[in-house]
Design a protein around this ligand. Structure first.
Ligand code: UDX
Length: 445
């Protein structure tokens, strides 16, 4: 199929590369001319494992092209997929500027019938609204063509997005239009086992499914995070509790890992948006408000441990941070708990030195300017003379910690493990003070 993708962010580029790999002819359109030029030269602006390779493969085979010309983007095609950003306006309300501008481009320029799939995460009712805008534009141009709009949310996790695209656990389509259903089945042919069908529902249900899923995952995490603090007080181990809960198929093992808070571009934003959407209809999603509050507290938990260790006196203290991205295998800093921790440390007068396997290589991703803050490129170099090491992201390289080297460099041998990746006994054997999220009892500390 000839596919045009609007938007070259995390979702747009993964979708484009994977569809080109599946032999579709894919054209990526973005209004950012510089970005398109770079992509055209094979320069991928984001880090996602395997993405460089499939983009290079697509460019090499001629199946993947890039353009910043809307006329070219809408010339002769079988399907359009919208993957543009839908950021939070700050109040929880979702900005639809980019999506609405896509609708305008499509209705101003298209001259043929073609279905549109909205893959961006959009509030309930957006597909219907975009359909209305497109129909209105076509009517003004007195064009008798059909551009049906459907909802087709993505459920990709950053870091493993490519393998998940090829093996989705479900494909959801919100439409009643038979032509769109046929086109979508053709688009994703061979991705799902034959026994499984695309789940077709109303656009509203499809849009809500995305928010409901992400909010539910966030709820699981906040539940475990809140329990983890209780565990520390009563001598229970949150990791054992997780292992004991997970085998129950009604619970399922995923998203039960306690940590220093959830981040990313999806969970925090989607909770805020759903709370806002419900509020607009006079409904109080109090469960999600609690999930959000627990997460905000959890992001400050490690700082509060550090504050009690240093009796709230950070003036002459240096803290090293390992891991900046919101989770491993990505360079994405959006909503990262590390940002909350770093801000609190700097506000308290501490010196902070950070290291991240990917973010350290690209200063642009880390745009906090502060004279007490340094970004290093070697994990052991940033701990020199530090009074405390805080682990914010569970990158694999941190799991093979060299305690001897670390101990010889640090001023005070203290580790706050925000992702429970080290072994408390090993830390103790190496004479480190060690604190984690709900595995070590507060009495043992
Ligand atoms: C998420 C959704 O899960 C995915 O379905 C959706 O389509 C996009 O948003 P992603 O943003 O890539 O994916 O991140 P995810 O893997 O869900 O992790 C989000 C945050 O939760 C991270 O900060 C992670 O560290 C944290 N997390 C995750 C936990 O703290 N505990 C867990 O058990 C799982």
């Amino acid at each position: 199929m000839k596919v045009t993708i609007f938007g070259t962010g995390y979702v747009g580029l993964v979708t484009a590369g994977c569809l080109a790999h599946k032999n579709h002819e894919v054209l990526c359109y973005d209004t950012d001319n510089d970005r398109i030029k770079k992509l055209d030269n094979g320069l991928v602006p984001i880090f996602e494992p395997g993405l460089d390779n499939i983009i290079a493969e697509g460019i090499g085979s001629g199946k993947l092209l890039f353009t910043s010309s809307p006329q070219e983007a809408l010339r002769s095609l079988d399907i359009i997929i919208l993957c543009v950003g839908t950021p939070d306006k700050g109040s929880g309300e979702t900005s639809l500027i980019a999506i609405e501008s896509c609708a305008k481009t499509i209705s101003d320029i298209s001259s043929q019938s073609v279905p549109v799939l909205i893959k961006s995460t959009v509030p309930v009712g957006t597909s219907v609204k975009i359909q209305y805008l497109i129909n209105k534009g076509l009517k003004e141009r007195k064009l008798d063509i059909k551009i049906p709009v459907a909802s087709n949310p993505e459920f990709l996790h950053e870091g493993v997005a490519i393998s998940e695209f090829y093996n989705p656990d479900r494909i959801i389509l919100g439409t009643k239009d038979q032509e769109v259903i046929k086109a979508t089945i053709k688009l994703y042919e061979g991705l799902m086992p034959e026994s499984q069908e695309i789940l077709v529902m109303s656009p509203e249900s499809s849009e809500l499914t995305k928010y409901a899923s992400n909010s539910f995952l966030a709820t699981k995490i906040s539940y475990m995070n809140q329990l983890s603090q209780f565990c520390s007080l009563v001598g229970a181990n949150i990791d054992d509790v997780r292992k004991g809960m997970g085998p129950d198929p009604d619970i399922a093992p995923g998203y039960l890992y306690a940590g220093c808070g959830f981040g990313g571009s999806c969970l925090p934003k989607d909770i805020n948006s759903l709370i806002y959407q419900a509020g607009e209809k006079g409904r109080d999603l109090s469960i999600l408000k609690a999930v959000r509050e627990v997460n905000e507290n959890q992001k400050k938990y490690l700082f509060s441990i550090a504050a009690s260790l240093f009796s709230n006196e950070f003036k002459d203290k240096k803290v090293a941070i390992w891991g900046l991205s919101f989770k491993p295998e990505t360079d994405d800093m959006r909503g990262a708990p590390s940002l909350t921790i770093i801000k609190k440390l700097l506000d308290s007068g501490a010196k902070v030195e950070c290291y991240d396997p990917v973010v350290s290589q690209d200063r642009e991703k880390f745009n906090i300017q502060n004279e007490s803050l340094r970004l290093g490129t070697d994990p052991y170099e940033v701990v020199r003379d530090a009074d405390c090491l805080i682990i914010c992201t569970e990158w694999n390289e941190f799991k093979n910690i060299n305690y001897k080297k670390l101990g010889s460099l640090m001023n005070r041998k203290t580790i706050l493990d925000g992702r429970n990746i080290l072994f408390p006994k090993e830390a103790a054997l190496n004479n480190f003070e060690y604190f984690d999220i709900g595995r070590t009892s507060i009495n043992q500390r």
